[in-house]
Ligand binder design. Sequence first.
Ligand code: DC
Length: 217
Amino acid sequence: MGFVIAVDGPAASGKGTIAQQLARAYGLPCLDSGLLYRAVGVTLQRAGGDLDDAAQAEAAARAFDAGALDDDALRTRAAGEAASRVAVHPGVRRALRDFQMRFAEQEPGAVIDGRDIGTVIAPGAPAKLFVTASPEVRAERRWLQLTAKGEAASYDDILADIRLRDARDSGRADSPLAAAIDAVLLDTTEMSISQAADAARRIIETARARWEKSLKG
Ligand code: DC
C-alpha cells in the first residue's frame, strides 16, 4: 500500500477541505467517498425509487458509475439527506466498497474522506485522521457553504439535519461513523479552516515520517 491518508468524521466537520489540502500537499489523488453515496441516492430518487428500500438502493449502488460524480446536484442539502438514507443499507455499502478499495490501492497512495475509511475501506492506512467539531459549528459552516452557492436554507434547519445525520450515521452498532483506534482525533470547533488544515498537516507529517521509517525496515 502507498501512502494512504484516511480522513473520517461527521457531516460538515471540515474533513473534505482538509482532505483536498492534504492531497495537494502530498501530490496524491483525492476521493470524497460521500459523493458515491450521494450519487446513489440522487440516481434512485430521480428514477422515482424508494431510498428506504434496501433492494432498490442496492441495485442503484451496483449500477454506480464513477462518471456521475461530477454532477453539481450531488452537493445540495437534499443529496446529503438522500445519501445518508441509502448509506444505512449494508448492500449499498458492500456495492460501493470495491471502488473505494481500488482507489486506495493506487500508487503512490491516495487521500479518501468519509465515515469508515480508516475502519473498513483502508484499515491498514499509514495515516488516519478523525475530524470533529460541535454540531453548532458544523451547521454554521454548512450554512455558509450552501448560501455561498445560492442555496437558501435556514441555520436552524441545517442544525436539525446535522443532528439527524449524526444519529443515522452513528446510532447503531454497525453504523459507519467510527474513529479507528489508531486514528488521531482533530477537534476543529475552535479553529478556522486554515488552522485546522495546518493542524492536520502536522499530524500527517508525523505519520509520514513513521511510515517512511517502517519502509526502510
Ligand atoms: O460526507 P457527506 O456529507 O458527503 O456524506 C453524505 C452521507 O453519505 C453521510 O450522511 C453518510 C454517507 N456516507 C457514508 O455512510 N460513508 C462514507 N464513507 C461517506 C458518506
